[in-house]
Design a protein around this ligand. Structure first.
Ligand SMILES: *Cc1c(COP(=O)(O)O)cnc(C)c1O
Length: 373
């Protein structure tokens, strides 16, 4: 239920199709559905369920809080926290059966002697992104040794992350070689899970022999990791953003619109108002961008306010008409390019003030409203 006519629609059929198409293409038995950041703004629990139904085997998030939230709803499926957690929080994770990441030797030292509920651990290798992870074969071996000495820490996974799987193939190859060098001579079959690929690598470099799993993020939502390579499987965009006109008014030549009075009517004209603003993640940068009403294109005028935005309209637009802000025509990718950013940032920015409406077979199957439950 929600009481303001502004909403996101998420097509769960499209998410399911993306998951199964990419899983088939990549050829891994283990597929981690990456649902961090509230599933890139799509809704974590709902997306996780759709992805699991479609063939994902694991869930992955960035923080422990995100994992704990998922675990309230989804039992019996492995959930991995890919980022570092506080060593003092291992018990909190383990008690909820949440898998954690060991990312350097000092973290493992701090975790040593942990005597709570046994925890599953994935070891992270930094192969050239220079974010988190052990960086050479000496610390890799030492980390394995130290973890093996811990009775209540089970080392079950090994992973790394690529910086340029969507772009520079040279750097990607260097990272692969680095993983091989760091793990050289070590029996990787002891790890139940070896996972390296993000969306870009799953699409572009499938069938990696050194791994048995991958982590699928942005492409699951139907968004391309970049435009630097041709997609080997079609992606279906799941996210769209909508509002409705709450008022239409007539301006006379010289009238000004919005904070700062930055837009001035050059002639008599009509302005429509819709109830969405920067507090919804509809950022001020969207000023002047196009929206669709009844199949026609109109332009946002004046500054985007915190809760409302104005549009230059014509006689055909009436109170109650639907406004499509992000859809197949005015896409997330187009908005990203207009705002000089990436599609990831556009969907993650739409805040939890905007309810998510879930579709299956064209019908609404559920609604999520995080501000009024
Ligand atoms: C976010 C993230 C992913 C998913 O990346 P996409 O490009 O969205 O597929 C995979 N692995 C790690 C470690 C991440 O942080």
């Amino acid at each position: 239920m929600f009481y303001r006519d502004t909403w996101v629609e998420v097509d769960l059929d499209r998410i399911a199709a993306n998951v199964s198409n990419i899983k088939r293409h990549a050829g891994f038995e283990n597929l981690f559905a990456v649902v961090k950041a509230n599933a890139y703004g799509h809704g974590d629990v709902e997306v996780a369920r759709a992805a699991l139904d479609a063939g994902a085997t694991h869930l992955a998030v960035a923080f422990l809080d995100e994992a704990l939230n998922l675990r309230r709803e989804i039992k019996d499926v492995p959930v991995l926290v890919m980022g570092p957690i506080r060593p003092t929080d291992i018990a909190v994770a383990a008690e909820q059966d949440i898998d954690i990441t060991a990312h350097d030797l000092s973290w493992i030292e701090a975790a040593a002697g942990y005597d709570g509920v046994p925890a599953n651990v994935h070891l992270k290798i930094d192969s050239g992104m220079h974010r988190i992870g052990v960086t050479n074969s000496e610390s890799f071996r030492k980390a394995c040794e130290m973890l093996d000495a811990e009775a209540n820490l089970n080392l079950i996974g090994l992973f790394t992350h690529f910086a340029t799987a969507d772009g520079c193939v040279d750097h990607y190859q260097k990272q692969l070689d680095k993983v091989a060098a760091i793990t050289d001579g070590y029996d990787l079959s002891r790890f139940k899970y070896v996972h390296q690929s993000n969306s870009a690598a799953l699409l572009r470099h499938p069938q990696q022999t050194a791994a048995n799993g991958g982590r699928l993020g942005i492409a699951m939502y139907g968004l391309a990791p970049s435009d630097e390579f041709e997609l080997p499987v079609p992606l279906q965009k799941a996210f769209s953003l909508h509002s409705r006109i709450t008022q239409v008014k007539r301006l006379q030549k010289g009238d000004k619109v919005g904070y700062g009075a930055t837009f001035e009517a050059e002639e008599d004209m009509l302005v429509g108002v819709m109830p969405i603003g920067y507090a919804d993640g509809w950022l001020r940068y969207h000023q002047n961008r196009p929206v669709e009403i009844n199949g026609k294109e109109f332009q946002i005028v004046g500054r985007v306010c915190m809760d409302q935005t104005m549009i230059r309209v014509d006689e055909s637009v009436k109170v109650g008409d639907q406004v499509d802000l992000l859809n197949d025509r005015f896409s997330v990718d187009m908005a990203a390019s207009d705002l000089n950013t990436i599609n990831y940032e556009i969907v993650c920015s739409i805040s939890d003030r905007v309810p998510r409406v879930y579709k299956r077979g064209g019908e609404t199957v559920s609604v999520r409203n995080d501000r009024f439950k």
